[in-house]
Design a protein around this ligand. Structure first.
Ligand SMILES: Nc1ncnc2c1ncn2[C@@H]1O[C@H](COP(=O)(O)OP(=O)(O)OP(=O)(O)O)[C@@H](O)[C@H]1O
Length: 262
C-alpha cells in the first residue's frame, strides 16, 4: 500500500531553535488528520515540510511513496493539493479565479508558464463549482472578498485529483456561513471513499469536521499527542496544548466545542 504521507522524526531548526522538534506522523489513505496547536507551535512549518516547500533539517519525508531528496519535487508537488495564506499571497491580483485553479495542474504561480486546454478549464470550473464559487470564474482575484478568495484556493487544491490534500488554516478568513460550508465540504471529502485524505491545520476545534479520524497536537514544536482523534483530542491534551484548563465536548453530530472556565 502506498502511503499518502510519511513524516519520520522531522526536525526543523531555525535560529538555533528546533521549531519542529522530532515529529513523526503517517497518513494512511483512509485517514483524515487534524494538526492542532497554539500560535507558533510549528503547524505551518510542519505542513510546509509535508508539501515539500521546506526541507527538514533532519528526518525523512515521503509523499505518495516517494522520498523527498530522491525525486523530482516539481512533479510530485502536482499530486499534492496545498492551500495556505502564504501560497495565496504569491498570486497576482489580476489573475482570474479559473486561471488560479488551473495553475495547480503544474503547481505553478502563473498561467503563462504552461499551456492549458479546454479540458483544463472545464476541470477548473468544476472545482470552483465544488466550492460554490463558479460564478466568480472570470473575476480577477483582487476583486473577490477574502472569503471568496479562500474558496478559490480550496478549489485549486482539487484540480489535479491529488493523492493528499494539505490545508493550512483554510477557514481563517471565512465568515460563519463560509466556515460551515467548508466544514461540510471537508466532511463530504472524508465520507467519500474515492476522495484523497486531508490534513487540516487549525487552532479552533469548533471547525473540525466530524469525519476527521486522527489528530496530532503540537506544543513548542513537539508532538504531545498523536493518534485516533477520540484518544488524542481530550480536555487534558488541549489544556496541555494551550497551557490553560480547557473543557472539551464532542456533540452528537461529531463536532467539538472547547471553552475555558475561570
Ligand atoms: N524562518 C524562520 N526563522 C526563525 N524562526 C521561524 C522561522 N519560521 C518560523 N519560525 C518560528 O517558528 C515557530 C513556529 O512557526 P509556525 O509558523 O510553524 O507556527 P504555527 O503553529 O503555524 O503558528 P500560527 O498558529 O501562529 O500560524 C514560530 O515561533 C515562528 O516565529
Amino acid at each position: 500500500m502506498t502511503l499518502p504521507l510519511e513524516l519520520d522524526h522531522i526536525v526543523v531548526r531555525r535560529d538555533g531553535r528546533n521549531i519542529v522538534d522530532d515529529v513523526s506522523f503517517v497518513v494512511s489513505p483512509d485517514q483524515n488528520w487534524l494538526v492542532l496547536g497554539a500560535n507558533g507551535s510549528g503547524k505551518t512549518t510542519l505542513l510546509r515540510v509535508a508539501s515539500m516547500y521546506e526541507h527538514p533539517t533532519t528526518g525523512t519525508v515521503r509523499v505518495l511513496g516517494e522520498q523527498l531528496g530522491r525525486t523530482d519535487v516539481r512533479q510530485l508537488r502536482r499530486r499534492v493539493g496545498y492551500a495556505s495564506a502564504a501560497l495565496a499571497a504569491q498570486f497576482r491580483a489580476e489573475l482570474t479565479a479559473v486561471e488560479i485553479v488551473m495553475t495547480a495542474r503544474y503547481a505553478a504561480l502563473e498561467p503563462w508558464w504552461h499551456r492549458y486546454d479546454d479540458a483544463d478549464r472545464a476541470r477548473a470550473l468544476d472545482c470552483l463549482g465544488q466550492m460554490d464559487v463558479e460564478r466568480f470564474a472570470d473575476r480577477p482575484l483582487g476583486s473577490l472578498s477574502s472569503g471568496e478568495q479562500q474558496r478559490v484556493f480550496l478549489a485549486r487544491t482539487l484540480m489535479t485529483d491529488p493523492g493528499v490534500i494539505l490545508l493550512d488554516e483554510p477557514s481563517a478568513r471565512l465568515d460563519l456561513g463560509g466556515r460551515e460550508r467548508l466544514v461540510h465540504a471537508l466532511d463530504d471529502l472524508a465520507s467519500n471513499p474515492d476522495a484523497p485524505p486531508f490534513v487540516l491545520v487549525t487552532h479552533h476545534v469548533d471547525e473540525v469536521p466530524a469525519g476527521v479520524s486522527h489528530a496530532l497536537l503540537l506544543r513548542d514544536g513537539r508532538a504531545i499527542e498523536s493518534g485516533p482523534i477520540d484518544e488524542a483530542l481530550t480536555a487534558e491534551s488541549l489544556s496541555a496544548c494551550f497551557d490553560m484548563p480547557i473543557n472539551l465536548e464532542r456533540r452528537g453530530d461529531g463536532r467539538f466545542t472547547a471553552w475555558s472556565s475561570h
